[in-house]
Design a protein around this ligand. Structure first.
Ligand SMILES: Cc1cc2nc3c(=O)[nH]c(=O)nc-3n(C[C@H](O)[C@H](O)[C@H](O)COP(=O)(O)OP(=O)(O)OC[C@H]3O[C@@H](n4cnc5c(N)ncnc54)[C@H](O)[C@@H]3O)c2cc1C
Length: 558
């Protein structure tokens, strides 16, 4: 267990505020001064006692999913060495490209990783401002249910960089400004810990609502994966109607969940997406346990991956933007042409770029192939990540991720408390995911921050006012991603491509490619592993398998 350097704070079990949470009634996370709740009841003064101590890493290494992830890593390490290492040219240094590079290097090949920007990480990229403060593309949470990501941390020897939080989910109560409601998962095996957490929380759903919700979910529990996949044709809202789940479950649970999972509302989101997440959380004892990285992802996570594969002979080139995939006469890749006019040749080529870019860059000759044509359905969803530095340490917050349940915001965290590198005992830095963002993505930063402050006034009624008459903004950064993860509307699943393409020597990785973990960091890492696995299968035996041609024939005939 690691401890925050400047933690003058009390460990969870000793903290008054922590024990007050176990009462499972709505509480103010902490109150600066006596104040009045929406029901008129006077809340007692509670001094801030933020739990700024990490929780131990949960025991995930013996879970089936983790063992599978470790076995896949071992497959690459133990693969028979190629007679001649292949030069694998990969475009895109997000987590998928980094993972591809790592695992092909583990299998004895030489990755050349090309990144368009001057920073590693793609959707986990971050930048330092002139004061030395980091701001990020997104507020990122690492779940216990991320076996390939957890395995990767272990392989890199950086497990201690994850700051595990209490096993809880904490939701704001929109009808009771400043109050929060918790789902606390006790230390008992799944699914009992999840069932217990749900049964014990009575603020968000009544007992009859929980029963009707559980009955609605019954087919998913009985029908397993086949049922889950079949729900891809329905939105969350349509599924609720079909299953007779009460409308309040949507308002209380699904809106927050949909926004957190895919930055959209339940009216748009595929039910399969929600069921995949629920399955992981309910089936794995530590699945919903959350961790924050202890600093900025490019330095704390991406760089160790680069160090690993460069030590094995690989290479990474920043500011190397792929402009065109130049083809041979037989439509296979001749070389990658970069925007600076240089060309990069390899034995094998990989795209680890976001799907919206892939669609722009794939050669005209490839476009009619069903494998590429079906990508049209996958379209990145807009999202905005807002950071606000305040002139004081906010008290109505906690050392955890918080679900805002606000119309404009999704999840947020006080990073000055949750993350070691951003730690500040005197001033809060709130990092907030602003979603759905389609109506906001083209607006100015100031307008977005003003709207965020209106929402924050409801979450911090004692401490924040929209006009800054209470806490003052010292500075802010707004990072817009107009096309982020693909919008998981119904019927996207069949459009997700396998990592092995129908074009010989051309592969793809990326969170949108086929793997069982949605568009997420875990999905990106797993897609990179699958991509490396396909390359190893095709080349490490020394002979190109017939698989690619066969697959092409099947795909073209579809
Ligand atoms: C606001 C936000 C919050 C999120 N929160 C979470 C979370 O809490 N948990 C979670 O698991 N996931 C979260 N995600 C999703 C997660 O970040 C992504 O699923 C994952 O990082 C995607 O990785 P990727 O490698 O597939 O794609 P990307 O990260 O998009 O990487 C693609 C790379 O390709 C590069 N590129 C593009 N064009 C070119 C070109 N022409 N030549 C060369 N390179 C090019 C890009 O610059 C980029 O570096 C969040 C995302 C956002 C935006």
């Amino acid at each position: 267990m690691t401890t925050m350097a400047a933690a003058a704070f009390v460990p969870a079990k000793l903290s008054g505020i922590a024990t007050s949470f176990t009462g499972l009634r709505p509480v103010r996370l902490a109150a600066a001064a006596p104040s009045t709740s929406s029901s008129g009841a006077r809340l007692a003064y509670r001094p801030l006692k933020v739990v700024a101590v990490d929780y131990p890493r949960p025991d995930i290494d013996s879970s089936t999913n983790f063992l599978e992830a470790a076995a896949l890593s071992a497959y690459m390490r133990d693969a028979s060495r190629p007679a001649k290492p292949l030069k694998v040219v990969i475009a895109g240094a997000g987590l998928a490209g980094l993972s591809t590079a790592k695992y092909v290097a583990d299998a004895g090949h030489i990755p050349i990783l090309l990144e368009a920007r001057d920073v590693l990480g793609g959707k986990v990229a971050a930048w330092k401002d002139k004061d030395g403060d980091w701001y990020e593309t997104g507020l990122h949470i690492f779940f216990g249910a991320y076996p390939n990501m957890q395995n990767l941390f272990g392989e890199l020897g950086i497990n201690d960089r994850l700051q595990w939080k209490e096993h809880s989910m904490i939701f704001a109560m929109p009808d009771k400004p400043g109050e929060f409601s918790r789902f606390d998962f006790p230390e008992i095996p799944a699914p009992l810990n999840g069932v217990w957490a749900i049964l014990k929380n009575n603020e968000m759903l009544t007992f009859p609502e929980k029963i009707r919700f559980a009955l609605g979910l019954l087919p998913a529990i009985v029908g397993g994966q086949a049922y889950v996949e079949a729900q891809d044709s329905l939105t969350v809202r349509e599924w609720m109607l079909k299953q007779g789940v009460p409308e309040r479950v949507n308002d209380e649970v699904f809106i927050a969940m949909s926004k957190a999972l895919n930055f959209i509302d339940p009216d748009d989101l595929s039910m399969q997406c929600v069921l995949i997440a629920l399955n992981r959380f309910l089936q794995e004892t530590h699945g919903s346990k959350m961790a924050f990285l202890d600093g900025a992802p490019p330095e704390r996570l991406c760089q160790p991956i680069v160090d690993h594969f460069t030590s094995l002979g690989g290479e990474v080139r920043l500011n190397a933007r792929l402009k065109q995939i130049v083809l041979n006469e037989d439509n296979t890749v001749k070389h990658y042409l970069l925007t600076d006019g240089t060309t990069v040749e390899g034995d094998v080529y990989v795209s680890s770029m976001p799907v919206d870019i892939v669609k722009l860059i794939i050669p005209e000759q490839w476009k009619p192939m069903p494998y590429f044509k079906k990508l049209d359905k996958l379209v990145g969803v807009p999202v905005i990540n807002v950071h606000i530095w305040f002139d004081r340490k906010l008290k109505n917050t906690y050392d955890h991720l918080l679900f805002s349940r606000s119309p404009l915001l999704s999840v947020y965290a006080d990073m000055s408390t949750t993350c070691k590198e951003y730690y500040d005992p005197d001033k809060s830095m709130l990092e907030l995911v602003f979603a759905p963002a389609d109506k906001w993505i083209s607006k100015g930063d100031q307008e977005i921050v003003d709207a965020t402050m209106e929402e924050l006034a409801k979450l911090f009624p004692d401490e924040i006012a929209a006009d800054q008459s209470k806490a003052k903004i010292l500075k802010y950064h707004v990072v817009k991603t107009p096309r982020s993860v693909y919008k998981t509307v119904p019927n996207c699943e069949p459009c997700r491509p396998l990592q092995r393409s129908p074009i010989k020597r051309f592969y793809m990785s990326g969170d949108f490619t086929k793997q069982k973990y949605l568009a997420s960091m875990e999905g990106a890492v797993l897609s990179g592993k699958f991509c490396a696995q396909a390359i190893v299968q095709d080349y490490n035996s020394g002979v190109l398998t017939a698989g690619t041609e066969k697959e092409e024939a099947v795909l073209v005939s579809q």
